[in-house]
Design a protein around this ligand. Structure first.
Ligand SMILES: Cc1cc2nc3c(=O)[nH]c(=O)nc-3n(C[C@H](O)[C@H](O)[C@H](O)COP(=O)(O)O)c2cc1C
Length: 461
């Protein structure tokens, strides 16, 4: 099969991409202890830019400066002021050096999917309503099952495997939850918070307005520091999504109730960002095609939200699925799972869409040639092999290191570890391997070499 379509240039808003292969936003938690970017974080992205991705979307960057912004172990580099802005700018420069473009994914917070930070353990995370989230283990797929087996082999064996858990009725499952809760409370209380969220605090209207304004200010700063565009982190049951969903939003003020009210936070954010960055610059948003939970946002409802958001001036829509409560949905086992939402979102918004869950160039090229999606995104496959695009372009498809969908990467985050990959031993260690990421892209390489030639042979003085 001919994969040329993957390498066609593509224009998204005012940004020209060299190809149609995008790295999906993924949090690796490579930020330093204060939540800011580290050398490993820079190296991680530079390696993917060197590997040929036309566009990189960064991990969710929380702009909310409050200690309740989210869980510490998941929070990345807070984009507070110029001391940190210029470090984020360095990351954009590193990516540009390889001819790739970069959009920053900005989040007003994790809401009920986060929890109190270590700095203020008694201050609950802010959310639309004080409703905790809870993962139902009966929703786990094969990938998550592998992680459950890795973490608790004896428990899974004693229970007779995940199929036994899946077959449990509500009463049986409630009993299991009680046992599990006790085990986790003793063994890993932080992991317990990921599975069974803390009760969040209801945000006041002043706080909501503050977050809307912060998103606008930080979007402006991100572009000023060299990012090519901004993406709203509005999928997966995080704060913006929580406002959209009747499952998590029970407010009775202007931010709850009707669809129009539930969309207010999202739409105000878009309006305020547009007012700050103008009409031309790229502003995209990511949405779950379907929340896939009772009372959650359905695809039909989400299409209406997408249409409202598009009218306020979005440039593109990025597709995802599910929420923490349905983790199998946002990390599916197979390939191309989320393409089913692309036609609906395209039609509702009239905008280009980008879709993840690809592993093979065959499926990615087919999705583009069928016109289902405008750009293809690689998430876990980009962790497994940063050089996927370069290998495909060079006709070395057989050399691609394949993602096994084991979800080790994401589970590491929930275990409060840095991201690692079960098939790519360099993931998380890029900083020690200059060949993976040091700047030697042609444009820069030429200039640097010329400069160095003029310095060669100088005597030490
Ligand atoms: C380790 C990890 C971290 C992720 N972090 C984010 C994130 O910060 N923002 C986001 O929108 N999606 C995030 N995701 C979801 C991915 O962008 C993507 O939608 C998902 O992995 C499914 O696509 P894939 O099959 O191509 O991996 C993350 C996924 C993984 C595996």
């Amino acid at each position: 099969m001919d994969y040329d379509i993957l390498f066609e240039p593509y224009k998204i808003g005012d940004v020209k991409l060299k190809n149609r292969v995008v790295m999906a936003p993924m949090n690796m938690v490579y930020s330093d202890a204060d939540g800011y970017n580290s050398e490993q974080w820079l190296a991680w992205y530079a390696a993917r830019a060197k590997g040929g991705f036309g566009l990189i979307i960064t991990d969710a960057t929380v702009v909310n400066p409050h200690t309740w912004r989210g869980s510490d172990h998941l929070n990345t580099h807070l984009f507070t002021d110029e001391r940190y802005g210029r470090r984020l700018g360095e990351m954009a420069d590193n990516i540009h050096a390889f001819g790739a473009k970069v959009f920053i994914q900005l989040s007003p917070g994790f809401g009920r999917q986060g929890h109190a930070s270590a700095a203020a353990p008694h201050l609950a995370a802010g959310a639309p309503s004080p409703i905790p989230m809870r993962i139902d283990l009966r929703n786990l797929n094969k990938g998550w099952e592998k992680q459950l087996k890795r973490l608790a082999p004896k428990l899974v064996k004693d229970l007779g495997g995940l199929d036994t858990i899946r077959a449990m009725n509500d009463a049986q499952y409630a009993d299991l939850e009680k046992v599990l809760e006790l085990v986790l409370l003793n063994e890993d209380p932080s992991l317990l918070k990921v599975w069974k969220g803390e009760v969040p605090r209801e945000l006041s209207v002043d706080e909501i307005v503050f977050l809307e304004e912060k998103m606008a200010e930080m979007s402006y700063e991100a572009l000023r520091y060299g990012f090519d565009g901004v993406e709203l982190h509005s999928p997966h049951g995080y704060l913006i999504h929580e406002f959209l969903s009747s499952r998590s939003n029970k407010r009775t003020d202007a931010y709850g109730g009707s669809m129009e009210n539930r969309a207010r936070f999202l739409l105000n954010i878009i309006r305020k960002i547009r007012a700050r960055i103008g009409p031309e610059r790229v502003l995209g948003a990511r949405f779950a095609g379907d929340e896939l939970m009772p009372e959650g946002v359905t695809h039909e409802e989400m299409k209406q939200f997408v249409a409202m958001a598009a009218r306020e001036g979005l440039t593109y829509i990025s597709i995802s699925q599910g929420c923490y409560e349905n983790p199998a949905a946002f990390e599916p086992d197979g390939e191309g799972e989320m393409l089913k939402y692309a036609p609906g979102f395209k039609e509702a918004s009239g905008l280009p869409v980008m879709t993840p869950t690809f592993k093979t160039p065959r499926a990615a090229a087919k999705a583009l040639s069928d016109g289902v999606t405008d750009l293809v995104m690689l998430g876990r496959q980009a962790i497994a092999d940063p050089f996927w695009p370069a290998k495909v372009k060079a006709g070395r498809v057989q050399d691609i290191v394949k993602c096994t969908r084991c979800n080790n990467c994401l589970m590491n985050l929930f275990e409060h570890k840095w991201l690692r990959c079960s098939v790519n031993p360099t993931a998380g260690f890029e900083r020690y391997i200059p060949e993976l990421w040091r700047v030697n892209a042609p444009a820069v390489k030429g200039k640097v070499e010329k400069f160095m030639a003029k310095a060669e042979g100088l005597p030490l003085i």
